[in-house]
Ligand binder design. Structure first.
Ligand code: F6R
Length: 241
């Protein structure tokens, strides 16, 4: 079941969502935080950094696991998700670098990269709170619309829509990687809590499908209807349909 909360602005989404992540850390200082990249969480990460600087949040016992990484980009590449996380969050807070995890985009052996990541998540005892953005096509992580839900971490070919949406971060469409490693639906659905954030009119179709549509791999976020602890924080535009 998905609890939905409508906000007036992106800032309000960020404030509320940061409060929920902070609350998780107050309850459980050594929580495993499932994190996301993209535009949606940037404001939330800024709020977490503010709380840390004010002395009201401590990440020293926390662990993080990110949803996904482009295959073929190493951690130094400015468009890699590891680099994004360093710049937008990790380097500003007191999380131990060795406790931050992102799939290894530089690992060419896809089976190994995916197997290692699932073993890692398992060894951590699963994810306490998983943060998700949602793609315009309803993807979560890089679980793209398809014929079936894939449970383990896997290598995906990115859809044309996702490549187009992510092109804004690269100098040309040709530079956008065409494959990524993504946490599967199994790890996401095993998270004890799931926090989805969505902002803007271009997410409205996906949000409607997630909340009200049939549960179908053609709109991967719809699977969240089967989880018993999901909160969606979205603005009016994303909730518009
Ligand atoms: C990012 C991720 C993606 C994004 C989604 C929304 O790690 O897994 O599923 O959450 O593409 O992206 P933004 O927030 O840029 O609209």
């Amino acid at each position: 079941m998905i609890q939905a909360y409508t906000c007036k602005s992106y800032d309000e989404i960020s404030e509320i969502a940061a409060g929920l992540i902070a609350a998780e850390l107050y309850w459980k200082p050594n929580a495993v935080l499932g994190l996301a990249t993209g535009s949606s969480p940037v404001g939330l990460y800024e709020r977490l950094i503010e709380k840390y600087r004010m002395g009201s949040l401590d990440f020293s016992h926390a662990t993080s696991v990110n949803l996904d990484e482009y295959r073929g980009l190493d951690s130094e590449h400015p468009q890699s998700y590891r680099y994004f996380m360093q710049e937008k969050l990790f380097k500003h807070i007191n999380i131990a670098p060795e406790k931050t995890h992102v799939p290894d985009g530089s690992e060419r052996d896809a089976d190994k990269a995916c197997r290692d990541y699932d073993r890692l998540i398992e060894s951590l005892g699963g994810i306490d709170i998983q943060l998700l953005g949602i793609g315009r096509n309803g993807h979560i992580g890089f679980n793209e619309p398809s014929d079936s839900f894939v449970k383990p971490t896997h290598c995906v070919s990115l859809s044309a829509d996702t490549i187009e949406a992510n092109q804004r971060f690269f100098s040309s469409r040709e530079e956008v990687p065409t494959e990524a490693y993504t946490m599967g639906i199994g790890s996401i659905m095993s998270a004890r809590r799931i926090l989805v954030i969505a902002s803007g009119r271009d997410k409205a179709m996906a949000v409607r499908g997630m909340l009200e549509g049939p549960v179908t791999p053609s709109l991967p976020a719809s699977i969240l209807q089967l989880h018993n602890n999901v909160v969606l924080i979205a603005d009016r535009e994303a909730m518009g349909l």
